[in-house]
Ligand binder design. Sequence first.
Ligand code: FES
Ligand code: FES
Length: 446
Amino acid sequence: MAETIEIALSVNGQNRRLRVRTDQRLVDLLRGDLRLTGTKEGCGKGECGACTVILDGEAVNSCLMLAYQADGTAVQTIEGLAVGDRLHPLQDAFVEHGAVQCGICIPGMIMSAKAHIDLTGQAIPSDQARSVLAGNLCRCTGYSKILAAVTRAAAPPAPPATAPDAVAPPYFRPRSLEEALEILIQRTGEVRPIAGGTDVLVQAKDGKTSAEALFDITAVPELRGIEDLGDHIRIGAATTHTEILGSRLLQKYCPALPMACAYVGGPQIRNRGTIGGNLAHGSPAADTVPPLYAADAKVEVVSVSDRREVVISDFFTGPWQTVLAPDELIVAVKIPKRGNVRGIFLRLGQRQGHAIAKVSIAVALVFRDGKPDWARVALGAVAPTVIRAPDTERALLTGGYEGLRRAMEAVRNEVRPADDLRSTREYRREMAAVLLERAVRRLADA
Ligand code: FES
Ligand code: FES
């Protein structure tokens, strides 16, 4: 039986102190306890966006957050938009354009759009509207009216909402690395950390793990942020995909990584999902991992008694398996800085967004006198773990069209794809070569 703990948060501008079950999701708190039923639950797995709320200014999926993870935050739901009888300009625009086809998807669409226009105070440009709503599905295909509405509504930028101080007990929400490691050592094997929750809470929904056996590490300052440490960049494990996507430092020294983060889910998933979570999950198709292989990254891991750095290619031992011991926590990823590096991440999936890669590739090259002088090629979803392709890299270093032709041949031999529901072995092998060619041509032209 899950415990109940006290949390403090602001909901639609009102400070609240509430008791929540430790396995309760934010969507359940909003809909069940607070009767804010404008927030809907469609899929419960981060795929439809019906449960979107704004948390500290960002759109998030409330089905993929534990309620106590909202401790010390300001949450806004669809009920908080209208002022008296006056609708928010976005709500007006949806009415005016006849874009209120159903009550399941539309509140989430409005919240996603609002999070975006709160930042800019301007209507969403039409070339950005699809990406702003990439985490929201409409099953009746009424997209044209929805897109018309979100591209015409503007409102003044919203000042940051104020939130009360967090009060959740450190036992569930540690505030320091020491506290987090202490929980891990005292309850080894019983509990596991949760950060963005974008994988763990999907597993909980599927009955593969218990939401009771989690503790939240996102309030640990040592796990946050992107730092320039001279010869390398340190990315805290709880840094989100959105933060990586916006990092100029990473765009310069590891360009493939922000590109890969852009493919992760929709905005709601990127606002919560973390790089450490992506590593700990251990999927051979994880988007952020090939860029880390291509950057010679290291994973910093700590326990109460030890701190070690693991070369990224030694971190994974098989599909969904890593070298992490039960009492260890990933604290950071370290990326060496390499001058003049060009990088790219490409992938093929069933569709552009919200789909697991069938094949992905990260290529990093340094050119000297028009010829590759240093090369890294890493591929995802074509072997039991992400792999580097050393023969392919050597072939690229010979330069020119002949070097590229040999590299394409080499990569076909170096991948070890399997047949599965998403694709065939032959297709993956051939697409690895196609993606390599595209990647190298684009880098050469950059
Ligand atoms: Fe579908 Fe949350 S209910 S994303
Ligand atoms: Fe709900 Fe289209 S708006 S299915």
